[in-house]
Write a protein that binds this ligand. Sequence first.
Ligand code: APR
Length: 257
Amino acid sequence: MDQTIQGGAALITTAQKVLVFTGAGLSTESGIPDFRSPGGLWERYDPSEFYFQKFISDEKAREKYWQMSTESYQLMKDARPNRAHLAIRDLEETGKLLAIVTQNIDYLHHKAGNSPEKIIEIHGTVVTVSCLSCGKQYGRDIIEDRLRSGVKVPYCDGCSGILKPDTISFGQAMPEDKMALSFQYAQECDLCIVLGSSLVVYPAASVPIRAVETGAKLLIINRDETPLDQSADLVIHDSVGKALGDMMEIVIRRNEC
Ligand code: APR
């Protein structure tokens, strides 16, 4: 077994409190493109079109947003957790998992069977939609039915307010409670594992930085280089499914001995 995989398994075996930080690269092996890789979402769409300010001030921008979002939602709705998601579920079963701080909105950590209270979705989720005026929440499929029936931009039944998926757009305020909890776990963990993130988007990327600053070990599994590679105890530029899946097999085998 590759030395680096053995090294990663040793970090996990030694750790008591593991914080897992995930990005879109975790879900590419489930058929969902990431954002910044070749063929990624931001290669097909211009991200500046989807800023929150534009969404709330321009009906045409809202129409374009819903087109892009519906396309992503259909992919995410049908997607299944891959080997990496299941390895994180296995990590929880070892009792070492403190929390999963995820930038992903695809609900795959839930589908993999991790406990909802351990999953912190700092960029929100695609599975619900809320009114920006009265806060009324809708299941996503209810709104998708309206869009399929020809509605271009959905509005709230209650107050005619603007509806938006419960995801955090560029320029939109981050959920303070979830960020505070994420930093608390970053300070508490003794190992932070980054999986499939370019670590270029803030304030999300400051969570693993906080973990390192407060003494935790850092393991990064990401196909491409990240700005945090130099601060890591171990970096693996390979598939998350293969690397983390192989590591957890070793950890579980050792636990059984
Ligand atoms: N295995 C390992 N790494 C992978 C894999 C894979 N199968 N597939 C992709 N990657 C890596 C890529 O090399 C890339 O560095 O995952 C990383 C994904 O980076 P981004 O596309 O930038 O995604 P992410 O870091 O999650 O983006 C952060 O930006 O657009 C916003 O809100 C959006 O939450 C998102 C945030």
